[in-house]
Ligand binder design. Structure first.
Ligand code: GLA
Length: 403
């Protein structure tokens, strides 16, 4: 009997130790599309299929966008055995068929749930059904789960998210786990072994620098979200990303603001999850979302987030160490007026203690490429002269050349 108990304890502890998040996922920041920012609760299988088509036709898939994620409101009710069903009205063909369609386009299928009994929009959440839901998602071919924090009623966030992580792992289909806890309980301190990305803030909205008050909560513009990332870069690494929320590119800001937003998310090594109507986007929006040079700095293999190296009168210089000794540099004009830049690289020594990297143009010479103009600008041996319009950016890739 004693021997049997001993064996049981060993078997149980081995199976507990083995549960983990799926590894080898999100080694670079995840890229995709999510329905919420543009469509809210108006999600249908028609929208999702057309979006998958548009991601392919627009060149977004070739640029690296992969996950097609249905956010809140896809749900119907649970059946008598507790199995979650999609809304029959909005998803008449069922989720397995939709997942198959998304996969047939070479894309991946994402879905949404919540730690509470109800989602933020009042649909059935996963509380108490975690293992059952994970099995259902696996049977539908789900590759990505965004897991929200509404109606959490004081439960322990580490326990709640770990339970779903373990449920996904037990269901055996690799799922990228996106923790959406709004930064309330400092997920950057505990979420690395639990999920592949974690929201660092409340919800984003499509304005430059506003706070929108919704009564019990607020949503924030691009600059507000950017400022909330302070100090978090040390927590990101391949497989584990800070998530400053899905993008608002193409949802109503100016082109300069959209360009700046996209560039900053790329600099922050943020997941690049488009949040616009990709079926009907303008050429300019498409060009922003598919800028391969900007995407390459986001997808750099080192996975090191940028930091604000210089800040003066509304002009910020963000620096991101890249592989092979390269750097991405983003000049951000936060102010209401355009700024004239005369930037002497040799007078601006940039040191990144976290990454153990230094940018010293007195010692090394770098080739300079403007990633929005798609043009080589010479080297760091000469000063950079440019005008940056209000709320716009210049993003450069600097590659070291032998001296
Ligand atoms: C929360 C999340 C959003 C979105 C909505 C859906 O607000 O932070 O990203 O998922 O819920 O209701």
């Amino acid at each position: 009997m004693k021997q049997f108990l001993f064996l049981l304890i060993i078997i149980l502890s081995v199976s507990i130790v083995q549960a983990q998040k799926f590894d080898n996922l999100a080694l670079t920041p995840p890229m995709g599309w999510n329905s919420w920012n543009k469509f809210g609760c108006d999600v249908t299988e028609k929208l999702v299929r057309e979006t998958a088509d548009a991601i392919v036709l627009s060149g977004m898939k070739d640029a690296g966008y992969q996950y097609v994620v249905i956010d809140d409101c896809w749900h119907g009710t649970r059946d008598a055995q507790g199995f979650i069903q999609p809304s029959v009205e909005h998803f008449p063909s069922g989720m397995k068929a939709l997942g198959d369609y998304i996969h047939s386009k070479g894309l991946k299928f994402g879905i949404y749930s919540d730690v509470g009994a109800k989602t933020c929009a009042g649909r059935p959440g996963s509380r108490g059904y975690e293992y059952q839901d994970a099995l259902v998602y696996a049977s539908w071919g789900v590759d990505y789960l965004k897991y929200d924090w509404c109606n959490s009623e004081g439960i322990n966030p580490v326990g709640a998210y770990t339970t779903m992580r373990d449920a996904l792992y037990a269901a055996k289909r690799p799922v990228l786990f996106s923790i959406c806890e709004w930064g309330d309980n400092k997920p950057w301190e505990w979420a690395k072994p639990v999920g592949h990305m974690w929201r660092t803030t409340g919800d984003i909205t499509h304005c430059w620098d506003c706070e929108e008050n919704h009564g019990t909560w607020s949503s924030f513009g691009i600059m507000r979200i950017l400022d909330k990332q302070k100090g978090l870069r040390i927590h990101a690494k391949p497989g584990s990303w800070n998530d400053p929320d899905m993008m608002e590119v193409g949802n109503g800001m100016t082109l300069a603001e959209d360009r700046a937003h996209f560039s900053l998310w790329a600099m922050l090594s943020a997941p690049l999850i488009a949040g616009n109507d990709v079926r009907k986007m303008s050429r300019e929006t498409r060009e922003i979302l598919t800028n391969k040079g900007i995407i390459a700095i986001n997808q750099d293999s080192l996975g090191i987030q940028a930091f604000p190296a210089i800040s003066e009168n509304g002009l910020e210089v963000w620096a991101k160490p890249l592989a092979n000794g390269s750097w991405a540099i983003c000049f951000l004009n936060r102010s209401g007026e355009s700024k004239t830049l005369n930037f002497d690289w040799k007078e601006n020594f940039i040191k990144d203690d976290f990454a153990g990297r230094q940018f010293n143009a007195k010692k090394d010479s770098y080739k300079v490429r403007d990633l929005w103009l798609k043009k080589d600008l010479g080297t760091t041996d000469v000063s950079l002269k440019a005008v940056i319009p209000s709320h716009d950016v210049i993003v450069l890739r600097l590659e070291m050349q032998g001296k």
